[in-house]
Design a protein around this ligand. Structure first.
Ligand SMILES: Cc1cc2nc3c(=O)[nH]c(=O)nc-3n(C[C@H](O)[C@H](O)[C@H](O)COP(=O)(O)OP(=O)(O)OC[C@H]3O[C@@H](n4cnc5c(N)ncnc54)[C@H](O)[C@@H]3O)c2cc1C
Ligand code: SF4
Length: 543
């Protein structure tokens, strides 16, 4: 049996960072990824088949067959779902995972985001808690990711955060026509704005070119590779070190542990369907919040029959993604100039300090919407979705609509859960993830509050009509999924400790969004990467 210093499960945001740091630290690393590397052509430019509009197909995985999940409706009814169903809560499956096709918004969380329970208390029925680490613990790792992976922004305008020690490596991307309009409107409202930080090159950086402002950023791969994901930065650098082996098409079935709880390695199915075992001194799970929880639950042993790290029933709980609040505005003139990537200006005025609201959220202009995405999400509610009237509306108004949106700080609920269903199995016979629960009512209140702020901003910018907003309760855990194996000092209320080591397992660590205690009012990837960096440095120092 082959043996490595470290086996990492999942070559996405967190796993890719961990591979880079550990290989650079001199460790032999095996990086196992169930998906495959996707070229620009593989991802394609099909507006009907993307990670933003996936009704007819996804372009960054997983394959549609043999990967079922079970979704539990609010009335308790269950149904088996595939990646095209909203109930699946899909995040990509390929080398780089979401970072292959993401928009690359690169927000740091705020210091308050790590201390939610101290600031707001713990609402009944929620699992709101403080993180065992602070913003200051993570700040140096945010900076490292910003420089090593590559972020464009202006730290002088991040006035919602403590002062940065170092400027970003690249200036922000150019302002668009609509961003100029929103910036002026915000000044009128007396709201401070920030430039949206992006994991996109505004100038040649890291051996890759600058953005050419095409209109296909989010949901697609970049035609010139100006977007910085782990597949195009840290993973190739790890492989170039000669110490990291990437095996794709490798679905990890379980983490193998001995009677004392020490992991000996993992069992996986290779791309030919052959079951293999590898040994490791340390195992790092980084499969994303849903699949990491599934892996731990499927790694039950006689010592922990409920799953690895699950002696206290915490694995899989507090699944959270992001409610995305916001509204669409219709303008009298062409507000849209088609300059990509689009996300350009944001405000953090409402992330905290809102009377009677727990937390808050970010509002920003969004990435450029393809016509089908606009058709799907930006049309006025009373417009027919077919026929001449709808077509004429699109012809006249596609360039005159703009939306203001952003992620809302979710109040985690322990009933939002990933469990496994042994009656439903994937193509390898591994029990499927079962997703259940719906968001805490405070999340809905925050989202409705943020809708109203988006409406205000659009009207101040001159919108002649505004629509959208309004939220019910539903499970949220798709592209921004987090929280199923949270950090904490107490094993009764958390799964990993402050170094992201699974309680009771000296040599098992997690390095993905699953460890987030709360998911901030910001897109989460920079925090996932920073935390993975910190975890990997900790492993390198301890092993
Ligand atoms: C279209 C889109 C746009 C987005 N835009 C933004 C944005 O602008 N800003 C932002 O902050 N975030 C954005 N995100 C979200 C961001 O990509 C995710 O938050 C991030 O990728 C999650 O990181 P992770 O390490 O937790 O999991 P992932 O990056 O999903 O990595 C998990 C990897 O593990 C693999 N895996 C899982 N289980 C196994 C197993 N058992 N064996 C082997 N491999 C396994 C998966 O295939 C996957 O590749 C976007 C996502 C999408 C899809
Ligand atoms: S907008 Fe820029 S970064 Fe985004 S895909 Fe197009 S060229 Fe690449």
């Amino acid at each position: 049996m082959k043996h490595y210093d470290v086996v990492i499960v999942g070559a996405g945001a967190g796993g890719g960072i961990a591979a880079g740091v550990l290989a650079n630290a001199g460790k032999s690393v095996l990086l196992l990824e169930r998906g495959r590397p996707l070229s620009f052509e593989d991802v394609g430019r099909d507006h009907l088949r993307s990670m933003r509009f996936s009704r007819y197909g996804v372009n960054a995985g997983p394959d549609l067959d043999g990967v079922p999940r079970v979704f539990v409706e609010q009335d308790g009814a269950t149904r088996i779902v595939g990646p095209l169903d909203g109930g699946y809560h899909n995040l990509a499956a390929c080398v780089g995972s979401g970072t292959r096709v993401y928009g690359g918004q690169a927000w740091r969380f705020m210091p308050q985001d790590f201390r939610m329970a101290s600031i707001y208390g713990t609402p009944a029925g929620s699992s709101l808690a403080d993180w065992p680490i602070t913003y200051d613990d993570l700040a140096p790792f945010y900076e490292r990711v910003e420089w090593e992976v590559g972020v464009s922004a202006d730290c002088a305008r991040m006035s919602h955060l403590p002062e940065y020690h170092r400027q970003y490596p690249m200036e922000p991307l150019p302002m668009t026509r609509r961003a100029n309009r929103f910036e002026q409107a915000a000044q009128g409202l007396n709201w401070r704005t920030t430039r949206v930080p992006l994991l996109i090159n505004s100038k040649p950086y890291g051996g890759k070119p600058a953005c050419i402002h095409c209109q296909h950023c989010v949901g697609y791969a970049c035609p010139v590779d100006a977007k910085n994901g782990t597949q195009s930065t840290v993973i190739p650098r790890a492989i170039a070190s000669g110490r990291c082996t990437l095996v794709t098409g490798a679905m990890t079935e379980k983490i193998n542990v001995d009677a004392s709880g020490r992991a000996s390695g993992v069992t996986f199915h290779d791309r030919d369907g052959v079951r293999q075992e590898v040994g490791a001194d340390v195992v790092v799970a980084a499969g994303g919040a849903i699949e990491t929880a599934r892996l731990l639950l499927n790694s039950a042993s006689s010592r922990e029959p409920l799953g690895l790290g699950n002696a206290n029933g915490q694995v899989g709980r507090s699944l959270q993604g992001h409610y995305y609040a916001g509204c669409v505005g219709l303008f009298e003139d062409d507000i849209w100039d088609g300059v990509g990537p689009g996300a350009c200006i944001g405000t953090c005025e409402f992330n905290h300090g809102n009377d009677g609201i727990i937390g808050g959220g970010l509002l920003a202009d969004d990435f450029i919407a393809t016509p089908i995405s606009a058709w799907n999400g930006m049309l006025p509610p009373d417009l027919p979705r077919w026929g001449l009237e709808a077509k004429q509306w699109m012809r006249k108004n596609y360039r005159r609509v703009a939306d203001i949106r952003g992620p809302v700080h979710e109040i985690p609920s322990p009933e939002c859960r990933v469990t496994v269903d042994t009656g439903v199995r994937d193509r390898f016979g591994i029990p499927a993830a079962k997703l259940s629960g719906f968001a805490h009512e405070e999340t809905v209140r925050t989202a409705n509050f943020m809708d109203a702020r988006a409406r205000e901003w659009l009207l101040a910018a001159g919108a002649v009509d505004v629509w959208g907003g309004g939220h019910g309760r539903y499970l949220s855990g798709g592209q921004h999924q987090a929280g199923t194996c949270r950090m904490g000092d107490d094993p009764h209320t958390s799964v990993v400790d402050a170094s992201c080591r699974v309680h009771g397992h000296d040599n098992v660590y997690l390095a993905d969004g699953s460890v987030h205690v709360t998911n901030g009012g910001f897109n989460p990837v920079l925090t996932i990467m920073a935390l993975a960096w910190r975890t990997a440095e900790g492993i390198a120092a301890a092993w």
